[in-house]
Design a protein around this ligand. Structure first.
Ligand SMILES: Cc1cc2nc3c(=O)[nH]c(=O)nc-3n(C[C@H](O)[C@H](O)[C@H](O)COP(=O)(O)O)c2cc1C
Length: 200
């Protein structure tokens, strides 16, 4: 698919076909695309926790949306996604890279709080965006959603190490028609408001 078409088609999809699982090679293509993201010092500080099929995806949903709270959930079709990927940022990989000799001058290799911008989050967000784009390129749909107050509980349920930070969840599958998200009709902000040429 042309890049311009990927951009034009990408939107968050919140309803998936439960009868169409994804094959492992396709899942691996998506993850390989995500792992092509740029990263600070080429540190590649991401992990992807991959939940495939209803038994594995239930491990997340049972924490974030237990069965007794599902009635009235606005996006029930989201629970039918055959694949959930949690992009997880690992600060140790960035810090370790910036402790190496060619980066030691930055003084950023020891203390995560010294970073004005925590690049492990930046890099993992870049990888997440590639994952969303790759899903479109494969003719699939995807939706990123946050973990909010369930972050710690999800980390424990999935065995994510304490030092790491899951950015959220990407649900992926074959899209079914859905209604747009609550925020969709906000439209895009005017170009002139967003772009500051020659300075702010
Ligand atoms: C950081 C981030 C968090 C988001 N969290 C949620 C979420 O928790 N639930 C949800 O349905 N959509 C979520 N979205 C999707 C946004 O609502 C969506 O991207 C936005 O409305 C623009 O619509 P579009 O992506 O379909 O173009 C999130 C998107 C981002 C980038």
């Amino acid at each position: 698919m042309e890049f311009t078409d990927v951009l034009a088609r990408r939107r968050m999809v919140r309803r998936f076909d439960p009868r169409r699982p994804l094959e492992l090679p396709q899942v691996d293509r998506l993850l390989a695309a995500a792992a092509r993201a740029p990263s600070a010092g080429n540190s590649q500080p991401w992990h992807f926790v991959v939940l495939s099929g209803p038994d594995e995806t239930a491990r997340l949903w049972d924490v974030t949306l237990p069965p007794q709270r599902r009635d009235g959930f606005a996006w029930p079709g989201l629970l039918d996604a055959p694949l959930l990927v949690l992009p997880v940022a690992d600060p140790d990989l960035t810090l370790g890279r910036y402790a190496e000799s060619d980066k030691a001058g930055s003084g950023l290799g020891a203390d995560p709080d010294a970073w004005a911008v925590p690049y492990w989050l930046t890099d993992t967000a870049f990888a997440t965006m590639l994952l969303l784009a790759a899903a479109v390129d494969e003719g699939l749909g995807a939706c990123f959603f946050g973990l909010f107050r369930h972050e710690r509980e999800v980390m424990a349920a999935l065995g994510v190490p304490e030092r790491c930070r899951p950015l959220g969840v990407v649900a992926i599958g074959h899209p079914l028609e859905d209604r747009p998200g609550r925020s969709a009709d906000r439209g895009r902000r005017p170009f002139d408001e967003v772009v500051h040429r020659g300075g702010w």
